[in-house]
Design a protein around this ligand. Sequence first.
Ligand SMILES: [Fe+2]
Length: 356
Amino acid sequence: MMRISDIIKMGPQNDPDDKKEKKDTPAPSLLDKAIRKSANSTIEQLYNAGIDLLKDIFNKARQGRHLDNSQIEIFILNSLDFKAVTDYINQITDRILLGDDELFNYFYNYREKENYIYEHSLNVCLLSVKIGIWMDMNKSDLVNIALGGLLHDIGLIAVEDIISLPRKLKHNEIEAVKKHSLHSANMLEKIKGVAEDVVAAVKAHHTRLGDENFTRTLTHDKLQKMAQIIGLADVYEALTHQRSYKSAKLPHEAVKELIEQESGNFQAKIIKSLVENIGIYPIGSWVRLTDGSIGFVASVNKGYPLRPKVNIMFDAKGNKFSDIKSIDLLNEPHLHIESPIDLEKNSRLIEKLKQK
Ligand SMILES: [Fe+2]
């Protein structure tokens, strides 16, 4: 399946060709056992609850996708537990507002690569809230952004048959996929309690700053901000994860690409907030320290982007610690981060992570 933002940009002439035929390799569940068992189970449960919620919503939407417009409204109203959605987004927004960044421990490694849309949606939701906080948005706007981020791609269910085709997409198929944001908005506007701005932001999550309909569809500043935040979170999330036709970029590579290729597409203040705050070693990313040990960034020390707190998982020889060893680099002047690590390219460590 292609990165949707690439399909949006794509014309029929420049489809990725042979790469489209490749299938994903079997998904290694990178963080599954070792980290998740050792991490705060409440956070793990909260992240997993989001995935379960998304699976439920997408499955219900799939059941109703062939209904006509009048029937689908009744179907959605009867089948979707919107209260569960609002409870969930309120809970995670509160957690992130309180500085609980452990939810981002799960950001960089998909557990179900074949089924990545759920983790992608939750990650976009989490990152959108975080960018909103960096942009000084208030709680009610953050909750709206969380909802938009969570369900921005729900309309993909209308074009799943097309995006799963194991071949180059034809012009009319690409055009159909481009309409998924419209499908998402059409579904959301039928749900009582979803704010108009959320519907409009979701509809425009692939609308970019230079597009001729930018100000026509995004009529006020807050709405522009919402759509752009969700859109930017979507792009960053996709850049940092593997797809069948491309490998994942490390966070600092993704930031570089955002600066080089997306600066004209997003408002400067939004892209600046992401680039400045995500840093070189964002939470959840993997690093090797100068003593050879390997771990993932657990939290960032404000003002010290090169000296985060790191949860060490492996010693210099690649032996896994039975318990996570937490190190605050601010208190370890002799120790530094040597380099970021692409864990997905290190099958030996992945296998060890999967072991109990
Ligand atoms: Fe999308």
